[in-house]
Design a protein around this ligand. Structure first.
Ligand SMILES: [Zn+2]
Length: 173
């Protein structure tokens, strides 16, 4: 399996933002490429030790995946202080063995991502490579649009300043 770099970055940023609680979300893409990751709120009773995808948000995210013409490939969650290995609860909680399980661990100086296929109580590690394939990253698109807006606003205010400056110039004798 491969994961687009921006999609991996979304997971790491989400995990860091939620720490010391576990972060969770969905993996989407086509075939062997995870191109989009979508955060979902963790509704577990003890989010420091476990995760549960908040049902309403989970459904909303599934709809978004469908609307983009992508497939739901799996689930990701974070381990703020432990290695990226499925816990007992992770194994028994993974109902559908066709879904991939990605765990990001923040227990090391650099975040570690590990992909698993959990079948019953067996967890099988899978290869995961980074791909520079274009990813439809909502956050990225939003940032780009905001930057464009700020540039336009900046250009406009510069123009206004120039007009004021010209107005302030002493009249030519
Ligand atoms: Zn876990």
């Amino acid at each position: 399996m491969r994961i687009a770099y921006p999609a991996a970055r979304t997971i790491v940023e989400h995990a860091a933002a939620q720490s010391p609680c576990e972060a969770c979300g969905l993996l989407a893409g086509k075939g062997g490429l995870i191109s989009l990751t979508l955060p979902v709120a963790n509704s577990a009773a003890m989010p420091e030790q476990a995760f549960a995808l908040a049902p309403d948000e989970h459904l909303r995210r599934l709809k978004q995946i469908d609307e983009r013409g992508l497939d739901w490939l799996g689930v990701y969650h974070s381990h703020p202080t432990t290695p990226p290995i499925p816990s007992q609860a992770d194994r028994s909680g993974a109902a559908d063995s066709s879904l991939l399980q990605l765990i990001v661990s923040l227990a090391y100086p650099k975040p570690r991502l590990k992909l698993w296929r959990v079948d019953g109580l067996t967890a099988l590690p899978l290869e995961l490579d980074f791909a520079d394939a274009p990813s439809i990253d909502e956050a990225d698109e939003l940032t780009r649009r905001q930057q464009m807006g700020m540039l336009a606003a900046g250009a406009l205010s510069l123009l206004a300043l120039l007009v004021i400056a010209i107005g302030l110039l002493p009249p030519v004798p």
